[in-house]
Design a protein around this ligand. Structure first.
Ligand SMILES: [Zn+2]
Length: 900
């Protein structure tokens, strides 16, 4: 899956026939791994499902009829499989070797999400066909089979159906062995309205009218795959296609949206041959679709169903009315991510959710690598540092977890989709690829994919393949970083110049944001691959124990972790830091951002004074790399927020940012320029939003001018800046402005733009208006998948208000978010708060609503608030002292006098 938070980020192949695929890959009963923490008894194994579904979209129910070919592997009187929200009418079991059907008694257990089917006598081991006739529910959030409503091209109400099964929701669609290692083949048949298009993993094998305005579409047999990868959709769709590497790639959209699909389609066609080559195993299915759904989820943007990726429209369609340049890059990276899963996840699947990172860390890393390959001008190497920092934010807390973790409940599986699985996974893989070298690493991946295709794997299988490919010494590093939580802290000793080389002692400890003394006394230890440069060649070593001597060619300024591939924090001495700050303008963008982010984290956690990192932050030239500037402005804003309550210091920071970066915005201009660099088009909205927040008069005047014009002419604001300019207006809105925005939201029919406008209503800084947005979210007006986004928007400026509101309307709000995301929504809302008074509120919520085993996200929110609030006073004191000692002088580009 592509997480929601991050969105806010040619070999010729022979067409293998599906039947050849399934025959060649049928699982054997004795391959079932009894050591996995399954929630089902290991008494039977499914091989093939033949499923017919008849949705009744108008009444939100469906009928199902499934025949499951299975093998009983131990004598048993019952079969236990997964099922939720289903009513069974028939259960019969027919032995493959003759004999009449046995009637079964079905007992459903809501708590364990299982159906137990009891037969009159003991079933002998052997092959059987289990037939179940049942009915189920169509949901209105993205779990199981779900409906998304929208206004069609003609402005009429329309409803499409889609499925979302990861991690454990296939069981809402079909009674099944719904765990990743029960791979089987699938024949799906759907009875849908004759004027609709039905889509599944494989192309349709046949389609025929069946009367009553319906048609029956039978899809080709799938290859052996996990249940969570099955997909079905039906609606008033159109499909655009291209040929690429001997396969048909397609984008499926609501009718009328075809022209917005070409950006994604071109990306898909470009990436497929690149992956065929990289993975060494060609994409095995005859087609690859990406299906767009209107609406959104608070927890994911896209899902890698094999052959039929699902993506919400806002992350797939390039709409000139609303899509920003940054979102366009997001469309590309989402395609790259979900397509990487077609191999890492779909062809080779983790055996159990403990190894979810194998899916998500790998796809996140591949997405970044692919973007760097095809779009080297987008600054994706700096984005990789952003991922590292995102991971370290969580990984520096006591309540973090190892990359490979224990998952024992459905909720824990849902909660595993976090910054550790995605961003730490990505960062660790980037470090290991750099250690192995890109060619060896790619060869290791090819071996791994070939060895485990159509099967399941574990993390250790990947390390074994890498060692076999020649990455000697990789396993010990990889094991340290994936089985232990936390972040190594490398302290750099005094550097000495000896015979033209820099000689330095590195001391290893552990970095912690919330218990630095405790980890300093008993740090974990890692084999850390470290690179360093002192103006000459890059020296490499791997730490082994507490101290490591390093000899680096050259006697220039010592930079540890050039290129920022390492997953660790580096603590320099004050003179070393000062030397790096002086040389910052000439450093590579990836190191500029890496140094500043590393230093800020150390200062914020109390490992060094704030001044050390503020010297670096203020040393970044405002005329520097657009990708870095964009993030630097965000760093200043983080400090601004931490100074809440100290108006003078906040005004000082706002003035510095306006003075430094205002000229950059004037140079870029308020409107997009044809042919400008993509990174400039991404930087512009960031600067507009930031300067708008600080009430820069020029930005506010332009926002007001555009808003007035837009009220009568929807095209008055360029589409790629619409959400940005209206965001400035929404944040500073009074009641009349808010009403005008609301009026336009109501009148807008395009689903992506409409959702964007409703969410803007939640951005008002004015608390009374924020309350109105919350009340509006609980009405039917915004639409079923928009309301939760409005509440999240309110939480940005008013976290406590949003949380109190949700707690007093919990049952209603739960209907507005994915079932699989309910235990994480509160963590999301708390993300903008550093108020310790929130801690008992969160604890009370967790105790009352979550099982003890499922409270980790809330504990992480609490740990973060506790650690940040404990540092607030020190951060304020040190920052205000630094601000007065370094008065901002002159215009941008002329701030040299700042550092004393
Ligand atoms: Zn993913």
């Amino acid at each position: 899956m592509k997480s929601f938070a991050m969105l806010l980020a040619s070999a010729a192949v022979l067409a293998a026939t599906p039947s050849a695929l399934s025959a060649q890959n049928a699982p054997q009963a004795d391959t079932i791994d009894v050591s996995l923490p399954t929630q089902l008894p290991r008494t039977a194994v499914p091989h093939h499902y033949a499923l017919t579904v008849t949705p009744h979209a108008d009444r939100l129910t469906f009928d199902g009829d499934v025949a499951i070919d299975l093998e009983v592997i131990k004598p048993t009187a019952t079969l236990v499989l997964n099922a939720v929200d289903m009513t069974f009418s028939t259960a019969t079991l027919t032995p493959a070797r003759g004999g009449g059907p046995l009637k079964g008694q079905v007992n459903v257990d809501d708590a364990s999400q299982t159906a137990t089917i009891t037969f009159p006598g003991t079933l002998a081991p052997g092959a059987y066909r289990l037939r179940l006739v049942y009915s189920g529910k169509i949901n209105t959030q993205a779990n199981g089979l779900f409906a998304l409503d929208y206004k069609n091209k003609e402005g009429a109400d329309a409803r499409s159906l889609f499925t979302q099964f990861e991690a454990a929701d296939a069981r809402r669609f079909v009674p099944s062995w719904d765990e990743p290692d029960y791979k089987a083949t699938w024949d799906l048949t759907a009875r849908v309205p004759a004027n609709q298009m039905a889509v599944s993993n494989l192309p349709a094998a046949s389609s025929k009218p069946i009367g009553g305005g319906l048609k029956e579409v039978r899809f080709q047999t799938s290859p052996t795959m996990s249940s969570y990868l099955l997909f079905f959709a039906s609606g008033d769709f159109e499909r655009v296609t291209k040929q690429s590497a001997g396969r048909e790639v397609g984008i499926v959209v609501s009718r009328g949206n075809g022209s917005k699909a070409h950006y994604a389609l071109d990306a898909e066609a470009q990436i497929l041959p690149f992956y065929n080559d990289y993975f060494g195993t060609p994409y095995p299915l005859p087609k690859l679709d990406n299906v767009a759904g209107p609406g959104q989820s608070q927890f994911f943007g896209a899902m890698e169903n094999w052959g039929a990726i699902f993506t919400f429209e806002y992350a797939l369609l390039d709409d000139p009315a609303i899509t920003t340049e940054g979102q366009r890059h997001g469309i590309y990276s989402t395609e790259a991510h979900e397509m990487a899963h077609q191999w890492f996840g779909d062809l080779v699947t983790m055996a159990w959710w403990d190894d979810l990172w194998l899916n998500e860390g790998f796809a996140s890393w591949m997405e970044n690598k692919t973007t760097q390959h095809f779009h080297p001008d987008w600054g994706a190497d700096v984005d990789r540092v952003g991922s590292r920092e995102g991971a370290m934010g969580l990984d520096s807390l006591n309540s973090t977890h190892p990359v490979v973790q224990q998952v024992r409940t459905v909720e824990q599986a849902n909660q595993a989709f976090d910054a550790i699985s995605y961003q730490k996974g990505e960062s660790v893989i980037a470090m290991l690829e750099n250690f192995a070298g890109p060619d060896v690493w790619r060869d290791g991946i090819r071996r791994y994919v070939a060895a485990h295709a159509y099967q399941n794997s574990r993390t250790t299988d990947l390390w074994a393949a890498q060692e076999a490919a020649g990455a000697r010494g990789l396993s010990v590093i990889a094991t340290d970083f994936t089985t232990q939580p936390g972040i190594p802290l490398i302290t750099v000793g005094p550097a000495q110049c000896v015979g033209g080389s820099t000689v330095v002692t590195l001391t290893q400890g552990q970095f912690s944001a919330d218990r630095p003394q405790e980890v300093a006394a008993r740090p974990l230890s890692w084999h850390v691959p470290i690179e360093a440069t002192a103006g000459g060649a890059v020296a490499k070593t791997v730490t082994n124990g507490r101290t490591t001597e390093l000899k680096v060619p050259g006697c220039g300024t010592l930079l540890v972790n050039p290129g920022q591939h390492g997953y660790f924090r580096t603590l320099y001495s004050a003179p070393q830091s000062a030397a790096l700050a002086a040389q910052l303008p000439g450093a590579a963008p990836v190191d500029q951002y890496g140094l500043i982010a590393n230093s800020m984290a150390l200062s914020l956690a109390g490992y060094q004074p704030m001044g050390t990192s503020l010297d670096l932050l203020s040393g970044m030239p405002p005329s520097g790399s657009a990708t870095v500037v964009q993030r630097i402005v965000g760093r200043w804003d983080d400090l601004y927020d931490r100074l809440d309550g100290n108006a003078a210091a906040q005004a000082d920071i706002a003035a510095r940012v306006v003075r430094s970066y205002g000229p950059r915005l004037r140079q870029l201009g308020f409107a997009p320029k044809p042919g400008e660099p993509a990174v400039d088009a991404v930087l512009r909205p960031t600067l507009i939003a930031q300067l708008g927040k600080y009430r820069d008069p020029a930005v506010l005047a332009e926002a007001n001018r555009l808003f007035s014009a837009w009220k009568t002419n929807p095209d008055a604001i360029p589409g790629s800046l619409k959400a940005t300019w209206l965001g400035v207006i929404a944040r500073n809105a009074d009641a009349a402005t808010w009403d005008a925005l609301h009026e336009r939201a109501r009148a807008t029919t395009g689903t992506v733009e409409r959702t964007s406008l409703y969410q803007l209503l939640g951005r008002a800084k004015d608390e009374a208006l924020a309350r109105r947005a919350l009340d509006l979210a609980l009405t039917n007006e915004p639409g079923k998948t928009t309301s939760a986004g409005m509440i999240t928007a309110v939480a940005g400026a008013h976290p406590r208000l949003a949380i109190d509101f949700v707690l007093s309307h919990l049952a209603q709000v739960n209907q507005l978010i994915d079932i699989s995301g309910r235990s994480r929504f509160m963590q999301r809302l708390a993300a903008g708060s550093r108020d310790p008074a929130l801690i008992p509120v969160l604890e009370g919520y967790a105790n009352a609503n979550l099982a003890a085993s499922d409270r980790k996200p809330i504990q992480q929110a609490i740990d973060r608030i506790r650690s940040e609030s404990s540092q607030t006073q020190r951060i304020r004191n040190e920052t205000t002292a630094w601000l007065s000692a370094h008065p901002a002088v002159g215009a941008a580009g002329g701030r040299k006098g700042e550092r004393g």
